[in-house]
Design a protein around this ligand. Structure first.
Ligand code: CDT
Length: 317
């Protein structure tokens, strides 16, 4: 049996004034607990090294950049990599990345996958950036990801931990394309960190469904692509903002295999049988046999007329 013993390493709130060293100590405690429980890999949330800073409008670039990592590992995060190597456990970590590319600074909402020797084997940059770019004072809190980050380029997968692994970050999990693009590459485990406020300022009528929607999208993504999905929250009341928990590990059947029960630092773990993916990938969701890509052509509507993507009228039935 091919399997990976996985821990969802949920974090409770991180205060604005909490140092990287303090946070790394919390991550290390969860890593030790996961390794004692026999885990091969621990997944941490999105932006796991700081508070969720896009909730504040800031103009001073130096103030903004305090939340970003210029190197990974850097002096304060190196101990986590060293501990992973010492314990022989991998990890997936979300953080704000400041990268110098083509002579220009770029800012991404990123995650990395680190193997059991403490070596980075994959990096992902968040594609779907929710929220807004300008200050919207009517909101109880801001969601300025479109101001502070630029989007990443796509969804890749990597051969690691004996399986095919992909990453996504928070809002990405709500989009079926996220899972399908990786599903088409044979993904077997999708790793997702998130920070999701209970309250959605533009649509408060969704608030009481926030946990339901979290489960809904990840369970559907798992089942429709025959893959494990690991969703990990930064939860609890962080700087006055209530964030959902609900971290869980979902099987290719769509069933929840393990879940956190608190909104603090906690691990949930499951032994993920990768061969279970084939039960779905070779039957109901055998893409080669059953998908109909030719039928998925875009239909656009212009001035009341339905048109195919090439501009011709939709053929009548
Ligand atoms: N971090 C992040 O992407 N959060 C968003 C909140 C948007 S409100 C629906 C999320 O999709 O969870």
């Amino acid at each position: 049996m091919r399997s990976i013993n996985i821990a969802a390493g949920q974090l409770g709130p991180i205060a604005r004034n909490e140092t990287r060293t303090e946070v790394v100590a919390r991550l290390s405690a969860l890593m030790r607990e996961a390794q004692s429980a026999g885990c091969d890999l621990i997944i941490y949330p999105e932006l796991a090294l700081t508070t969720f800073f896009p909730r504040w409008y800031m103009e001073d670039q130096a103030e903004i950049d305090c939340f970003f990592e210029r190197e990974m590992p850097g002096p304060q995060t190196r101990p986590l990599f060293d501990l992973a190597g010492e314990l022989g456990i991998g990890f997936c970590l979300g953080y704000a990345e400041l990268a110098l590319e083509d002579g220009r600074l770029h800012r991404y909402n990123s995650s990395i996958l680190v193997d059991k020797s403490g070596r980075i084997v994959a990096k992902y940059r968040k594609v779907h950036l929710p929220g807004h770019a300008e200050h919207e004072p009517w909101r109880k809190f801001q969601h300025l990801e479109k101001r502070y980050f630029e989007p990443g380029a796509g969804f890749g997968v990597v051969d690691a931990f004996g399986g095919v692994i992909g990453m996504a970050i928070c809002n990405d999990r709500r989009w079926s394309e996220t899972y399908r693009v990786m599903g088409l590459q044979g993904v077997e485990v999708v790793l997702i960190g998130y920070n999701t406020p209970v309250h959605n300022p533009p649509a408060p009528e969704h608030d009481e469904l926030s946990l339901f929607h979290n489960q809904l999208v990840m369970q559907a993504g798992a089942y429709q692509n025959g893959t494990w999905v690991v969703g990990v929250a930064k939860a609890g009341i962080e700087e006055g903002v209530d964030q959902i928990g609900g971290s869980c590990i979902i099987a290719p059947s769509g069933e929840v295999a393990a879940a956190c029960t608190t909104r603090g630092d906690e691990i949930a773990r499951a032994c993920c049988d990768l061969d279970l993916c084939n039960s779905y990938k070779r039957t109901t969701f055998n893409f080669d046999v059953h998908r109909q890509p030719h039928a998925y052509r875009l239909i656009v509507e212009r001035k009341g007329r339905h048109l195919m993507a090439d501009g011709t009228a939709v053929p009548s039935a």
